[in-house]
Ligand binder design. Structure first.
Ligand SMILES: Nc1ncnc2c1ncn2[C@@H]1O[C@H](COP(=O)(O)OP(=O)(O)OP(=O)(O)O)[C@@H](O)[C@H]1O
Ligand SMILES: [Mg+2]
Length: 470
């Protein structure tokens, strides 16, 4: 290459004649065929490359997967030993940080890293200091951000989960204690039955009654308090009239189990008068134990649903990059954030279930929804409507998270994606939520985040390409 040709590359445009002559002397122009390996991540960084012709893809290995970071045919693009000029204490300068693959046949200018680094330091001493400052500054920020990123994920995960698990777990414990008491009561009653206060001939019909009561419990409608109390009055009266002592205490239980006056009249018609009260008590125990067992079943089912959602949310035991249904991700995130969203916010889902599945970093997308929903909920001060919509637009799948909160003033809108930009009080927000989301969507998924906002109507849209390779 001639000095004049070098001068045409943006990288070298203001170098003087001696510097260009140095490059001509040390540089070597080499052609490589499409697909042949050029340089690999982790190998010793011996060479600085400048693209002269063709297209290359830059790749990195993240979590065991090869990810394309970018692709370029821009003449003058450079890669390889790009940190050669940094001081010896920088470990990363000694190995290639990326793999570069020629997509077409390419021609490159190659410069030996050691010599190029030394020349660079000598030519630009002040720029060197600035670059080093920038490099170490970035490294520190990255470390802090990375840590915070993990903490954020962990924090919202465990906060949401503990809150959500607590209610059903406590309910199950409560119901189990009550069940234990009722079962003890039944054992006691059984002893009384066995002593002969009910004659042997009545027992089979009592067992039949019990079965019928169990069926009614399963089908018992959930009553409004007013309707329930009317029925309890009727049942209480009926028991009273039929000589069942303490019938008023039993009425609520019987009514909750779907046993009304008609049923009792039919059922106890078969029963001798003396056996009526023990029979009713026995039935009340049956209703109670049934109801308690249903409660326990509901609570434990809820617990396993939550555990399932946690697995889905954190993508435990799953490959980091995989083909996913965004709706599953959104739903698990909503479950995890249930406590944070609270009762004041109505969640409206407008999912397009015909959308195709999408290749994505699932756990990280969950972090994006988490951040956007968190922002939406705090913008609404926990009162309003949260709308989660999905639709397809051109070659992208779009997830829209809308809130009816304060909105984002125009002056603020241009800054919200900056790291550490926050309008929240000290200690409430770090201003990293949207920065993290941006990096996940734009850098990792080659997508886009758009926002439109007026007071009462703010929508964040996450655009994800359906075919990221294209
Ligand atoms: N849905 C929204 N409605 C109104 N303002 C919003 C909304 N989403 C984001 N913002 C504004 O953007 C700023 C930056 O958001 P970002 O999520 O990056 O940080 P943060 O929420 O302040 O803190 P962090 O998420 O780190 O706890 C917020 O402080 C807020 O002013
Ligand atoms: Mg936030």
């Amino acid at each position: 290459m001639t000095p004049d040709e070098l001068r045409e590359l943006f990288l070298f445009e203001h170098l003087d004649d001696t510097q260009l002559a140095w490059l001509v002397e040390h540089g070597q122009v080499e052609a490589t065929r499409a697909g042949d390996p050029l340089l690999s991540e982790g190998q010793p960084a011996t060479c600085f490359y400048v693209l002269l012709e063709g297209t290359v893809a830059l790749q990195r290995t993240i979590g065991g997967e090869t990810v394309e970071i970018s692709r370029t045919d821009h003449r003058g693009s450079y890669f390889g030993a790009t940190q050669a000029y940094l001081g010896a204490e920088v470990a990363s300068k000694r190995i290639y940080q990326m793999t570069v693959v020629p997509i077409t046949d390419v021609v490159m200018l190659q410069l030996p890293a050691e010599e190029f680094g030394a020349a660079f330091r000598e030519w630009f001493p002040m720029a060197m200091h600035l670059l080093e400052g920038l490099f170490f500054g970035m490294q520190n920020t990255q470390a802090v951000v990375g840590q915070r990123e993990r903490l954020l994920a962990l924090g919202s995960l465990s906060a949401g989960l503990t809150h959500e698990l607590n209610n059903p777990a406590a309910a199950a414990v409560r119901a189990t204690a009550a069940l234990r008491e009722r079962v003890a009561g039944m054992r006691h009653k059984l002893a009384m039955l066995a002593q002969g206060s009910i004659d042997a001939a009545t027992l089979p019909s009592l067992v039949r009654l019990q079965e019928s009561a169990v069926e009614r419990v399963a089908k018992a409608p959930k009553l409004e308090p007013m309707a329930a109390s009317d029925l309890e009055d009727e049942v209480g009266d009926w028991l009273d009239e039929h000589g069942v002592a303490g019938g008023w205490d039993l009425a609520p239980t019987l009514v909750a189990g779907g046993l009304d006056v008609d049923w009792l009249a039919t059922a106890l018609g078969e029963c001798p008068a003396a056996a009526r009260e023990p029979a009713i008590r026995w039935l009340a125990y049956t209703v109670e134990t049934e109801t308690l067992m249903n409660e326990i079943e509901d609570a434990t089912t809820r617990v396993s649903t939550l555990v399932g959602a946690t697995k889905q949310y954190s993508q435990m035991d799953r490959a980091p990059f995989q083909v996913v249904d965004v709706h599953e991700l959104l739903d698990s995130t909503l479950v995890m954030l249930g406590g944070k969203i609270g009762d004041g916010v109505r969640v409206v889902k407008e999912y397009d279930h015909d959308l195709p599945r999408l290749p994505a970093y699932a756990a990280e997308l969950n972090q994006v929804w988490t951040n956007l929903i968190d922002n939406a909920v705090s913008a609404m001060s926990r009162q309003g409507v949260l709308t989660i919509r999905t639709f397809r637009s051109e070659a992208s799948l779009v997830v829209e998270i809308g809130d009816t909160g304060t909105g984002i003033p125009a002056a603020v809108q241009s800054r919200i994606f900056e790291p550490f930009f926050t309008t929240k009080a000290f200690g409430e927000g770090t201003g990293l939520g949207l920065d993290i989301s941006w990096r996940i969507v734009v850098n990792k998924h080659h997508g886009d985040i758009r926002v439109v906002s007026t007071p009462g109507d703010t929508r964040f849209q996450v655009w994800l390409p359906l075919n990221p390779g294209a």
